[in-house]
Design a binder for this molecule. Structure first.
Ligand code: MG
Ligand code: MG
Length: 249
């Protein structure tokens, strides 16, 4: 069931989204060569809790971190720990904040030090495809149209779309209906209406699309070892188009 949010709920979702977006900015400012992913997780947890919110991911399904931190060929769900960020790494930081009964969910892939052109190009295409999708998201558009556009933008550049994991509705629950795939058929799928709140989150691999879950039962990696990038915003559908709820201020 897709929950349509009232204006009051959208105000609360923006409150959660703002903390989420600002926590990602704090993460980006803190990232440096030699930092452990646990240290980065602590920066994010402290930002969220000092603003009166809770990290959405901490304890979610037993997840032990406040953020999912995924490096290079890790696609999503990396567990913060003792691994240090190295010059040339790309690191995807996925953050959620929960306050007053609502969640925000946003992710960004950051460059650590000097990264390859290959990595920068992948990050750029993935982020561009998120904003193409956000620009399209308005009442009457179908999720198949959005998924098609995300996939086309990336596949035209030789990249591939992760199919096993998708975007989702956001509200009182971190993951609500509908599923928001990063691929699709034009003219098919759920039709957007004002009041829907969805997280759009392209996960794009430089190589082949296949992924595998590691023995820690969380970390998802590309099967071929290629780099992967991930950008996400939670957005509200309004009559005038999409509003990015997880934009920082
Ligand atoms: Mg996320
Ligand atoms: Mg999400």
């Amino acid at each position: 069931m897709i929950n349509i949010k009232s204006n009051k709920e959208l105000t609360l979702l923006r409150k959660a989204g703002l903390i989420t977006g600002n926590a990602l900015v704090a993460a980006g400012e803190a990232i440096h060569v030699g930092m452990t992913t646990k240290e980065l997780d602590t920066v994010i947890r402290k930002y969220i809790t000092s603003h009166g919110a809770k990290p959405s991911f901490l304890g979610y399904g037993g997840f032990p971190g406040s953020a999912c931190i995924s490096i290079n060929d890790e696609v999503i769900h990396g567990i913060p720990g003792s691994r240090k960020l190295c010059d040339g790494d790309i690191v995807s930081v996925d953050v959620g904040a929960y306050i007053d009964g609502y969640h925000g969910d946003s992710c960004k892939t950051f460059a650590v030090g000097n990264v390859s052109k290959e990595a920068l190009d992948l990050m750029k295409a993935t982020e561009e495809s998120l904003y193409i999708a956000i620009e399209m998201a308005k009442p009457g558009i179908r999720l198949g149209d959005i998924g098609y556009a995300i996939a086309k933008h990336n596949e035209d550049r030789g990249y591939s779309v992760v199919k096993e994991f998708v975007g989702h509705g956001v509200g009182r629950e971190l993951h609500e209906d509908p599923e928001v795939p990063n691929y699709g058929t034009q003219g098919h799928g759920v039709r957007l209406v004002a009041g829907m709140v969805i997280a759009i989150e392209p996960m794009i691999n430089a190589g082949k699309p296949a992924v595998k879950v590691m023995p820690d039962n969380w970390t998802v990696k590309t099967r071929d070892g290629s780099l992967s990038a991930h950008f996400e915003h939670t957005i509200a559908i309004t009559q005038d188009g999409a509003v990015i709820l997880t934009a920082p201020d």
